[in-house]
Design a binder for this molecule. Structure first.
Ligand code: BES
Ligand code: MN
Ligand code: MN
Length: 462
């Protein structure tokens, strides 16, 4: 790629201003109060695809938020890369924990990002990372170096489960036909330890409701004599993991793929400091399933976590009351081969089974999805690896992530193509949390690395 570094240096300020403009739009897909903003973000992405040189950039309506589709087809005989990303973001709350307002992006230096990081909701997940692809395309078209065909599919409902994207993909198989799918919506180990994400976990997300008496009761008059839904719910949740932190749902582990000793040894070679990990989180010990390391617990093992729990009196002071109902939201991260619908069904019947007399239990499934593993003996992975080697000066390490992008497994099913996960975020970038940020260095490094992927992937396919 000629003049790539110069192009990035010369356009750095504009590249930053453009992503900052997109980050100012609060495109929160989960909250209907922001629906116009989500639509505005789609429009903005469409315009930037046009500016970057797409021959076609369109807004495709769905039953939910639109999908932005763009393409530049230069030669039907050349390979086609399909870029996927999302322009929606997680809610910013609790807003009071942000050091600067979530939709007023600022660039600040941090220890990990000495060249500055953009602080805003969506900076890393996923507007900043998605936009790297738009700018990489701009470079390739403006300098006449686009080596293959490219299609963009940028959705607005990733953070709420991609339900409408699944329908869209199934309906548009031909339009979306491609040789490889490229996504930047994950992370890497460190700026001096490049890695490529080779696995994503699946997800089953459920909500549970425990009902006791038909109304809230005086805890003196009734306490001890009727089931307290909050006591019961917490007992039931506690019983879902045993003393070794194994999940107790019957059948839960049946399909879990156990890695070989060799594979685990290979994984353990990735640089990792348990001390730094604990220090970054202000914890004096890690915690998790017996028999597995921290990096195994958060990537190749399934988990069960309460994400929210509520019920009863939580206002000022004390109120002596037994609530009629208690609730929790529970997520289960799954590994390849575990089927999310099957796991959801197992959870439901187990949770209903363990409910004691005196309460009723309702389990409501939310969204979910399958896990995914990218094979590394493919042209796609090799091209990505070589691209990182070119721009980082080091061979990247393949690493499975704990996060989920449920639509990736579906891409493989419906479009029959593999996905390469070129993530440039860091775990410390606080995605989904207050003070989310994305390193300026990472943003520019992504823009620099992507064109090499295009070049190597095209050459390797020739
Ligand atoms: N980009 C993340 C997933 C991710 C982040 C994967 C970092 C690997 C490393 C994505 O936007 C996300 O948040 N996914 C959700 C699931 C979705 C169905 C709401 C998740 O993982 O919780
Ligand atoms: Mn994301
Ligand atoms: Mn996310």
């Amino acid at each position: 790629m000629n003049n790539l570094k110069e192009y990035i240096t010369n356009n750095k300020e504009r590249f930053l201003n453009e992503i900052i403009a997109l980050l100012k739009i609060p495109s929160v897909s989960a909250d209907p109060a922001f629906s116009q903003d989500v639509i505005n973000a789609a429009e903005s992405v469409k315009n930037s695809l046009e500016d970057a040189g797409c021959d076609l950039a369109e807004i495709h309506e769905t039953d939910g938020y639109p999908i932005v589709y763009g393409e530049k087809i230069i030669d039907k005989d050349l390979p086609t890369i399909l870029v996927y990303g999302h322009y929606d973001v997680q809610p910013a709350d609790p807003v009071e924990l942000w050091d600067s307002p979530p939709y007023e992006p600022v660039i600040k230096k941090t220890t990990i990002h000495p060249e500055g990081a953009i602080f805003a909701r969506g900076a890393c997940d996923d507007k900043g990372q998605m936009f790297m692809h738009v700018k990489a395309l701009e470079f390739m078209t403006k300098t006449n170096q686009l080596p293959c065909n490219v299609k963009f599919m940028i959705e607005g409902e990733e953070e709420v489960g991609s339900n409408n994207l699944a329908v869209y993909v199934a309906k548009n198989k031909e339009k979306l036909a491609n040789d490889i799918i490229l996504i930047s919506d994950t992370g890497m180990i460190a700026n001096d330890v490049p890695s490529i994400t080779t696995g994503l976990r699946g997800l089953s997300y459920v909500e549970v409701e425990v009902t006791g008496p038909n109304r809230d009761l005086h805890s003196g008059l009734y306490g001890g004599a009727v089931a307290n839904p909050i006591n019961i719910l917490t007992k039931m949740i506690a019983s879902l993991q045993d003393e070794n932190n194994h999940i107790t749902i019957p059948g839960f582990y049946d399909k879990v793929e156990e890695l070989s000793k060799e594979e685990r040894e290979e994984m353990a070679k990735a640089p990792f400091s348990l001390d730094a990990y604990k220090k970054a989180l202000d914890i004096n010990a890690v915690y998790g399933e017996d028999g597995y390391t921290t990096n195994e617990r958060n990537s190749i093992r399934p988990t069960l976590d309460v994400n929210g729990i509520w019920g009863g009196y939580i206002g000022e002071g004390a109120k002596t009351v037994i609530a009629s109902k208690a609730y929790a939201k529970i997520s289960m991260r799954l590994v390849p081969n575990q089927d999310w619908k099957e796991i959801t069904a197992l959870f439901k019947s187990h949770f209903e089974n363990i409910a004691p007399k005196g309460v009723t239990v309702k389990v409501t499934p939310h969204h979910g999805g399958q896990g995914y593993v990218t094979p590394i003996d493919t042209i796609g992975y090799q091209a990505a690896s070589k691209a990182y080697e070119t721009t980082f000066g080091k061979k990247p390490i393949p690493q499975r992530s704990g996060g989920s992008i449920p639509i990736v497994a579906l891409f493989e099913q419906e479009l029959n193509s593999k996905t390469i996960l070129m993530g440039f975020g860091l775990n410390s970038d606080a995605i989904h949390s207050p003070n989310e940020h994305f390193g300026v260095w990472n943003y520019l490094k992504g823009i620099e690395t992507i064109p090499y992927f295009y070049e190597y992937f095209t050459n390797m396919n020739a």
